[in-house]
Write a protein of this length. Structure first.
Length: 327
């Protein structure tokens, strides 16, 4: 299906590139001799920002629920401009190299590659995070987790606060918290060395290098003498047979960060049990989980004698974050 869309639309891009090369070589006179005035105007419009947005949107709308936004992000990336530039200067024209680069990015998106992996960046908590295929892509729903951690800490915990982020990936959760609470002592771990390296890069880029990031298989390398007030995790929680693993952006993300045994609950169970050794009395544990897992996560925490168990819904009104306190 994607190949059909490419066949229909990309010849238009190739034609635009040819026209752009003619004009860029100072051959406007030759070009105008072959077209009447209205024809020349139409040709010029074919490689304006406005037209490229329309073209990219029509090309991607069959494979993306956010085709226009995807197109705008890719185009602003090629132009090295903010998206608002596209609205301010819709009649500006792309040069031949920009057209070629834009076509290449559209091809990648048509093949399903996530925008964040194409551009190598994703915004989270209004902060830019470098992304690559070694980690999950930060998602808006995870900001619900950050908001809840900040709220509970403000209302129920006293400084100094020690926080542990398990499975940090890009470092999004830990660094978002650090940006809001620079006085917190935050550790962030990941099993993947590549993920730790990426998270450390993001910490440096955001001037948040005081966050302590290191490799650990959950609690394996965490100092048992450190008592934490908050333990957070967005662990693997998808069942290995879930059909969504072969759909959308998820199919490009690392399986090790997505899939867990026991219908997706295995890592949540292990973390909740082991966390009791590392949490201070009255400390909080927070999980992000699947939209159908709220009841199951609450049951796990109840069996382990956690108190004040609550589940928070995400932007789509689905169960997404469950938290509790150690008694």
């Amino acid at each position: 299906m994607w190949n059909n869309h490419i066949t229909k639309v990309l010849p238009c891009i190739n034609a635009q590139q040819t026209a752009a090369k003619i004009i860029s070589k100072g051959q406007q006179t030759l070009f105008s001799n072959s077209l009447n005035q209205s024809g020349l105007k139409a040709a010029l419009n074919n490689y304006t920002i406005k037209h490229q947005i329309s073209l990219g949107t029509s090309l991607l709308e069959k494979v993306s629920d956010s085709a226009k936004l995807d197109t705008q992000i890719l185009l602003s990336f090629i132009l090295n401009k903010e998206i608002n530039y596209l609205y301010t200067w819709p009649e500006n024209q792309l040069d031949p190299q920009q057209l070629t680069n834009f076509e290449a990015l559209l091809q990648q998106r048509l093949q399903g590659k996530p925008i964040a992996y194409i551009t190598g960046s994703k915004e989270f908590w209004s902060l830019p995070f470098k992304c690559n295929s070694s980690t999950l892509i930060p998602r808006p729903d995870t900001e619900i987790l950050v908001e809840q951690v900040l709220e509970e800490a403000e209302q129920n915990l006293k400084l100094p606060i020690k926080c542990l982020d398990l499975g940090t990936g890009t470092g999004a959760i830990a660094l978002a918290l650090a940006s809001e609470q620079p006085n917190w002592q935050i550790d962030a771990i990941d099993y993947s060395d590549d993920a730790v390296e990426l998270a450390q890069h993001n910490a440096k880029a955001l001037s948040l290098e005081h966050v302590n990031m290191y490799q650990s298989d959950w609690f394996t390398n965490v100092d048992t003498a450190t008592g934490f007030d908050i333990i957070i995790s967005n662990p693997p929680y998808i069942d290995e047979n879930d059909i969504h693993l072969s759909q959308g952006d998820v199919q490009f993300e690392p399986l090790s960060a997505l899939v867990a045994d026991n219908a997706g609950f295995a890592d949540i169970e292990k973390i909740a049990k082991d966390a009791l050794e590392y949490l201070n009395t009255g400390g909080y544990i927070f999980f992000e989980h699947g939209f159908e897992q709220g009841e199951g996560v609450r049951a796990i925490l109840k069996v382990l004698s956690y108190q004040s168990i609550q589940t928070i819904k995400d932007l789509n009104e689905n169960d997404r974050v469950t938290f509790a306190r150690k008694s």
